[in-house]
Design a binder for this molecule. Sequence first.
Ligand code: ADP
Ligand code: MG
Length: 626
Amino acid sequence: MVLFQISEPGETQVQRQHHLAVGIDLGTTNSLVATVRDGRAETMINAQGDHHCPSVVRYFADKPPVVGQEAKDAAYQDPLNTVASAKRLLGRGVADIETTANKLPYEFSKSESGTPLIRTVAGDISPVTVSADILKTLMQQAEADLGGELDGVVITVPAYFDDAQRQATKDAARLAGLKVLRLLNEPTAAAVAYGLDSGSEGVHVVYDFGGGTFDVSILRFSRGVFEVMATAGDSALGGDDVDRVVAEWIMSEASLGDDIEHSQLRRVIGEANRAKEALTTADVVPLSVEGVNGSQWLGALTRAAFERLIEPLIQRTLRPCRRALRDAGLSAADIQDVVMVGGSTRIPRVRECVGEFFGREPMIDIDPDKVVAVGAAIQADILVGNKPGDEMLLLDVIPLSLGLETMGGLVEKLVPRNTTIPVVRAQEFTTFKDGQTAMSIHVLQGERELVADCRSLARFELRGIPPMNAGAARIRVTFQVDADGLLSVSAQELTSGVESSIEIKPSYGLTEGEVEKMLSDSLLYAEDDVKKRRLHEQLVDSARLIEAVEAALGMDGEGMLTKQECVSIKAALQSLKDVQQQGEDIAAIKAAHDKLERTTSDFAARRMDVHINEALSGKLLDQIID
Ligand code: ADP
Ligand code: MG
């Protein structure tokens, strides 16, 4: 993460118009918007007077979605159509979120590009759309307040967000009609809010304990430049877990078994959340929940007892802190400032433990849940051109290494993590077999050695390599990461002298049409290849559908279907199997595929209802996500 001071001579004299710009903290739990007014950055309030907008959207069949507190309040009445924590799904593929998705009370389907869609009464909604709906709400709020259209926004993202997740965030902004000046890492925004970029040189820690995630970043500021030395965290540790341990304690005190009704469980969690927040200032809070047989259980939680309950959670945040220090090759004594970010750092015991760990008082002057939005607003104000003579270009580093698959399922890293962006890196590879005319290029992200342990970003083939002896071809693969952290990869065969390269972006979020266009733009891709690829994809999709339907019939066919329904499903299944077996006619396979999907959609919905009810009948607190 780098901060460059760039000012053009003479520009400072020019009187410029004031542009409207805001910073947006698009959070997992809460989102905020902030702006610079009269030289001061501050978060803006909505019509209800709230700074925070819960990142929750409720969808309806016949009217526009509702965003924020109203949606959050309705979440437990209408869980299937009320989407929370969409940030966890943003830019992820279906396979990435399998474990997360099992815990979410939504029904999922899959988009053409393999991203998850949430089934609601308003249709299949992608996480990008949910984020866009939140952004739109914040945009309208800001425009009403500032009295005009926004000229640009800065949106913050976690430092560990990968390329696809960043791209998805930008797509959401585009969908909302926002002009993104740039994406900014959340810890950098917090450091900017505290003005650490105008202070002395040193190393700073940003400790961010939010609603559902914990992140720690180590930033070094030197010679006018911020650099991320290390990031670490726990994506399944946040204020929700604090609520959960308190709720579990209440349940055991009130002798409630873990078989209580879902709605009651939500009330207990709500009570736990209220108690937790009250204990920031109070020493003891009274508690009241519906006990066994409808009786009322009354109790109290003291701050000391609360601190004992959550001690293990706080200790869990210190592990990533140790890891980050180790990665950066530093000890706690090297740290100059510790910046507190996220609502959960309001807990006094958290501040104490973090203070002890780093051996200095953490910075808490700016509200920890507003500090990221404030920093983003400061950056937006500069980037939109409101501060002549003080134009800074914030550069970041990439959070995870980027590389390629090589023989034996190993990863060759081209751009190591924490490399400052923008960056271009190239490396030469060669062919493995005599006469090899094509090479498959698999782009990966992650720190591990094995392909299986890294995240797959994209795959493509370089074709048309002139036949040569093994090892004679020279294939140069170039990775380019732009200032927003977005990657493009190209490959070129050098010895033939023929300009032969293909460029792609990781395929997340691109429509089929866009992907087609990229492919057809390439000289190397014959039309034939595109067809073959599409046929192959269709075959894979259909094979999956066949497998899923057969499994569903085996499991629930008897109990949930009438004879007639069973007959139609089996017929549709057989027709798909038949065309699939011939494996040639893509249109026929697609038609049979769609028919089978239509024929089984009621069955799928019924199964989902039954299984959700089973899952939500209060068995596991873990399975309930706010
Ligand atoms: P995110 O960055 O994940 O969107 P925030 O930084 O807004 O989230 O933090 C939200 C979390 O902070 C919630 O779990 C909320 O209960 C918690 N929180 C807010 N105020 C307090 C408080 N006074 N004491 C403890 N936790 C709090
Ligand atoms: Mg946050």
